[in-house]
Design a binder for this molecule. Structure first.
Ligand SMILES: NC(=O)CC(=O)C(=O)O
Length: 306
């Protein structure tokens, strides 16, 4: 076995901030709060700031269309009045000189009239670097507990998102995307040092799976994982679990919080990835000569009701 330390995918230290924001029905107020909290995080030294899933709106299928906005891209532009969330995020990134993973917002695609749950990432100049459309829609039905069918109104994205920064490469997923290890594994194998997930688990799945999945994605891939939830509101139709957290490449929760509004911050150190990958070198011990292609469907997969 080679003893040469593997290079760190994180090129230089960076401070990650996860902002657990309280959001309500008033979009303008949600955006103003996000801008204020981003500025405060930057003043505390954050380099990369993450917002929660659906930070500009309540989270629920009945809200997506009325809160949705088109996303300017390439030569396609819209009046600022139609894109207040895009404008607020771009401005916040630029004014505070930070990378901003802008949680997610409901997106309206005018050409097809489709709606998506989309995470916009902006550079410190305010340029849009990526628009990640939630790939795995949150369709669950746990009798007596929770039924939530995003696909009743949303379309699914089909493109994994990797963002290159001076710190290294970052993978982004939204909430339910964290349940699919393939996305994080692919990102890590393509050099990502972190997976960042704006997400809003609930009072049924949160206590069971939120931390478990974050730690699993981290330890599987020896990358940092950031999970950024909205703050819990008992008045909301959907009660978010909260508990934003940073997990290190060894699968340890290094910083976290409970359910109220606040933030979680952690300085990500390049040495930590190297140390973990040197000690338990699974990134170099994989046996792709042995594993079956995971994309090949099994005997029951794809059948309705299975
Ligand atoms: N809200 C989600 O997309 C996912 C979730 O709550 C869960 O997986 O549990």
């Amino acid at each position: 076995m080679s003893t040469a330390p593997p290079p760190s995918p994180l090129k230089k230290p960076c401070k990650l901030a996860l902002l657990q924001l309280a959001s309500g029905n008033d979009k303008a107020a949600n955006l103003a709060n996000a801008r204020k909290q981003v500025a405060a995080a930057a003043a505390r030294g954050a380099n990369i700031v993450v917002l929660p899933e659906c930070f500009n709106s309540p989270y629920g299928t009945s809200y997506f269309r009325s809160y949705a906005e088109p996303i300017p891209h390439g030569d396609t532009t819209y009046p600022d009045s139609l894109t207040p969330s895009y404008t607020a995020l771009s401005t916040a990134a630029r004014e505070n000189n930070i990378y901003l993973i802008g949680g997610s917002i409901p997106e309206h695609e005018p050409a097809t009239d489709a709606l998506y749950n989309t995470s916009l990432t902006f550079s410190p100049t305010g340029a849009l670097l990526a628009a990640h459309r939630k790939i795995h829609l949150f369709d669950i039905d746990i009798p007596g507990k929770i039924r939530f069918i995003e696909s009743e109104v949303l379309s699914a994205g089909a493109t994994p998102t990797l963002i290159d920064t001076p710190y290294g490469r970052i993978g982004v997923g939204i909430c339910y995307d964290v349940r699919f290890p393939e996305l994080a594994m692919m990102a890590a194998r393509q050099g990502a040092f972190a997976m960042l997930y704006p997400g809003a688990f609930n009072m049924t799945t949160g206590p069971l799976h939120w931390e478990l999945l974050a730690r699993a994605r981290a330890v599987d891939n020896q990358v940092w994982v950031g999970m950024c939830s909205p703050a819990r509101s008992e008045e909301a139709g959907y009660t978010a679990w909260g508990h934003s957290m940073v997990v290190d490449p060894n699968g340890e929760v290094v910083a976290g919080m409970e359910e109220g509004e606040g933030y979680v911050e952690w300085e990500l150190a390049p040495e930590r990835v190297v140390e973990v990958r040197r000690g338990i070198p699974v990134t170099r011990q994989r046996r792709f000569d042995v594993y079956a292609d995971v994309a090949v469907a099994g005997p029951t997969e794809g059948k309705k009701g299975v």
